[in-house]
Design a binder for this molecule. Sequence first.
Ligand code: MF3
Ligand code: CO
Length: 287
Amino acid sequence: MNKLSRNDTCWCGSGKKYKKCHMDQDAFISNIEEKVGYSIPRDIMKTDEQVEGIRKSCKLTHDVLEMVGEKIKVGITTDEINTWVHEYTVAHNAYPAPLGYGDFPKSVCTSINDVICHGIPSDTVLKDGDIVNVDVSCILEGYYGDASRMYIIGEASKEAVDLVRVSKECLEKGIEQVKPFNTLGDLGYAIQQHAEGLGYSVVYDYGGHGVGLEFHEEPFVAHIGNKGEGTILLPNMTFTIEPMINIGSPDTAVLDDDWTAVTTDGSLSSQWEHTILVTQTGYEILT
Ligand code: MF3
Ligand code: CO
């Protein structure tokens, strides 16, 4: 790309003048690049206007998960969860991102017990003692939000309840590492330390991702890693952290439906997810 002048149209497609759009951010990134010695994609940081749109979509995503939490119970089917999520989302002028993503057939992912992620809602009935992840992603005014929570159905075993708690702690440990100039390796390291320190394993076949203007953007967010390695965090980046933690092996397999990811040893898996904004001083949990 040739160097843009202040009054040229910005490269990002907004139609605005460069000086009113990405000019300051580009200068900021150029500065960092000189220090770190490698190049950083120019679209890794959102504009303030984009952040505002993403924030609204994430708020709706949060509200959907709250709504699910009020209704989910023993005896309902995952198809019913799908209907709740779909109807609530469209009633709020948004679209459920999973529906028609690739060939995903439903509006939400529901992942029970040994299902790691991407479970497809069906006539499966939730029973006492199940642990289920509900993963909601909204598109509101073109902006994406993505979050998931675990729900414990009735009374679950101590090992299931402990797993759900530890996986939530893993998300929190990851989030605590988010601030400008830390790296994705810092947060992967923190998550891996916590999980493995307590005898659990971290799924490495799936990870978090940039999110906001698209459902899945760069960078890939691994939930394992080494301190100081990987992509550097900069203000106005938005990405998910969504560690999948297993009681047994971290290995994964995909069922014949081409979506449902399960543990290969049948052990329980648990996941919590937030969309996170990197701020000037740390982070904001958008969902
Ligand atoms: N919401 C999932 C994530 O956290 C992605 C689901 S893709 C789908 O990245 F097609 F299964 F919905
Ligand atoms: Co996600």
